[in-house]
Design a protein. Structure first.
Length: 116
Protein backbone atom coordinates (compact mmCIF):
# COMPACT_ATOMS: atom_id res chain seq x y z
CA UNK A 1 0.00 0.00 0.00
CA UNK A 2 1.47 3.44 -0.92
CA UNK A 3 2.84 5.51 1.96
CA UNK A 4 0.42 8.40 1.42
CA UNK A 5 -2.52 5.97 1.73
CA UNK A 6 -1.09 4.48 4.92
CA UNK A 7 -0.52 7.93 6.43
CA UNK A 8 -4.00 9.08 5.40
CA UNK A 9 -5.38 6.04 7.26
CA UNK A 10 -3.45 7.04 10.39
CA UNK A 11 -4.69 10.64 10.27
CA UNK A 12 -8.24 9.52 9.41
CA UNK A 13 -8.22 7.33 12.53
CA UNK A 14 -6.99 10.25 14.66
CA UNK A 15 -9.84 12.39 13.34
CA UNK A 16 -12.43 9.62 13.83
CA UNK A 17 -11.38 9.00 17.45
CA UNK A 18 -11.20 12.70 18.30
CA UNK A 19 -7.45 12.77 18.88
CA UNK A 20 -7.59 15.42 16.16
CA UNK A 21 -10.80 17.33 16.86
CA UNK A 22 -12.75 19.74 14.64
CA UNK A 23 -10.85 23.01 14.40
CA UNK A 24 -7.52 21.46 15.41
CA UNK A 25 -4.55 22.49 13.32
CA UNK A 26 -2.62 19.58 11.87
CA UNK A 27 1.13 19.56 12.32
CA UNK A 28 3.05 21.34 9.56
CA UNK A 29 4.12 19.43 6.46
CA UNK A 30 7.66 19.51 7.79
CA UNK A 31 6.63 18.14 11.19
CA UNK A 32 4.50 15.40 9.62
CA UNK A 33 7.40 14.51 7.34
CA UNK A 34 9.77 14.14 10.29
CA UNK A 35 7.27 12.36 12.54
CA UNK A 36 6.35 9.72 9.97
CA UNK A 37 9.73 9.66 8.17
CA UNK A 38 8.24 10.30 4.73
CA UNK A 39 8.92 12.88 2.02
CA UNK A 40 7.10 16.20 1.67
CA UNK A 41 5.47 15.07 -1.63
CA UNK A 42 4.04 12.08 0.28
CA UNK A 43 2.68 14.44 2.94
CA UNK A 44 1.13 16.65 0.25
CA UNK A 45 -0.58 13.63 -1.36
CA UNK A 46 -1.88 12.59 2.06
CA UNK A 47 -3.27 16.05 2.83
CA UNK A 48 -4.81 16.33 -0.65
CA UNK A 49 -6.64 13.03 -0.11
CA UNK A 50 -7.99 14.12 3.28
CA UNK A 51 -9.07 17.47 1.84
CA UNK A 52 -10.79 15.73 -1.08
CA UNK A 53 -12.69 13.57 1.44
CA UNK A 54 -13.81 16.69 3.30
CA UNK A 55 -11.99 15.79 6.51
CA UNK A 56 -9.64 18.77 6.51
CA UNK A 57 -9.54 22.25 5.04
CA UNK A 58 -6.60 24.46 4.23
CA UNK A 59 -6.03 28.10 4.99
CA UNK A 60 -3.29 29.68 2.91
CA UNK A 61 -0.35 30.62 5.08
CA UNK A 62 -1.99 29.21 8.19
CA UNK A 63 -2.09 25.44 7.75
CA UNK A 64 -4.44 22.51 7.56
CA UNK A 65 -7.33 22.12 10.00
CA UNK A 66 -9.76 19.36 10.87
CA UNK A 67 -13.05 20.37 9.34
CA UNK A 68 -16.06 20.79 11.62
CA UNK A 69 -18.82 18.92 9.89
CA UNK A 70 -21.40 19.66 12.59
CA UNK A 71 -24.91 18.29 12.67
CA UNK A 72 -26.50 17.60 9.29
CA UNK A 73 -29.00 20.23 8.17
CA UNK A 74 -32.35 18.97 6.84
CA UNK A 75 -33.12 20.02 3.26
CA UNK A 76 -36.60 19.42 1.88
CA UNK A 77 -37.17 19.02 -1.83
CA UNK A 78 -40.57 19.92 -3.21
CA UNK A 79 -42.17 19.03 -6.53
CA UNK A 80 -40.05 20.48 -9.34
CA UNK A 81 -36.88 20.86 -7.23
CA UNK A 82 -33.72 19.03 -8.25
CA UNK A 83 -30.58 18.12 -6.32
CA UNK A 84 -27.22 17.27 -7.85
CA UNK A 85 -23.95 16.44 -6.13
CA UNK A 86 -20.89 18.02 -7.71
CA UNK A 87 -17.20 18.20 -6.86
CA UNK A 88 -16.03 21.75 -6.34
CA UNK A 89 -12.42 22.05 -5.26
CA UNK A 90 -12.47 18.39 -4.32
CA UNK A 91 -15.26 18.91 -1.80
CA UNK A 92 -18.62 17.28 -2.64
CA UNK A 93 -21.32 19.94 -2.86
CA UNK A 94 -25.09 19.47 -3.04
CA UNK A 95 -26.58 21.94 -5.49
CA UNK A 96 -30.34 22.32 -5.10
CA UNK A 97 -32.25 24.04 -7.88
CA UNK A 98 -35.70 25.06 -6.75
CA UNK A 99 -38.71 24.95 -9.08
CA UNK A 100 -38.59 28.77 -9.33
CA UNK A 101 -34.95 28.65 -10.57
CA UNK A 102 -33.25 29.69 -7.32
CA UNK A 103 -30.16 27.66 -6.44
CA UNK A 104 -28.71 26.73 -3.06
CA UNK A 105 -25.36 25.06 -2.45
CA UNK A 106 -24.44 23.04 0.64
CA UNK A 107 -21.47 20.88 1.68
CA UNK A 108 -22.82 17.42 0.78
CA UNK A 109 -21.77 15.88 4.09
CA UNK A 110 -23.69 18.49 6.09
CA UNK A 111 -27.19 17.90 4.77
CA UNK A 112 -29.92 15.28 4.88
CA UNK A 113 -32.28 15.48 1.93
CA UNK A 114 -35.93 14.49 2.12
CA UNK A 115 -38.97 14.87 -0.10
CA UNK A 116 -41.60 17.13 1.27
Amino acid sequence: MPLHVQLADVLREQIATGKLAPGDRLPSESDLSQTYDVSRPTIRKTLAALKFEGLIESELGTGHFVRDRGEPRPIKLKRGDTAVVSLTGGMPQLVVTRANGDTETYPADQVVVSAG
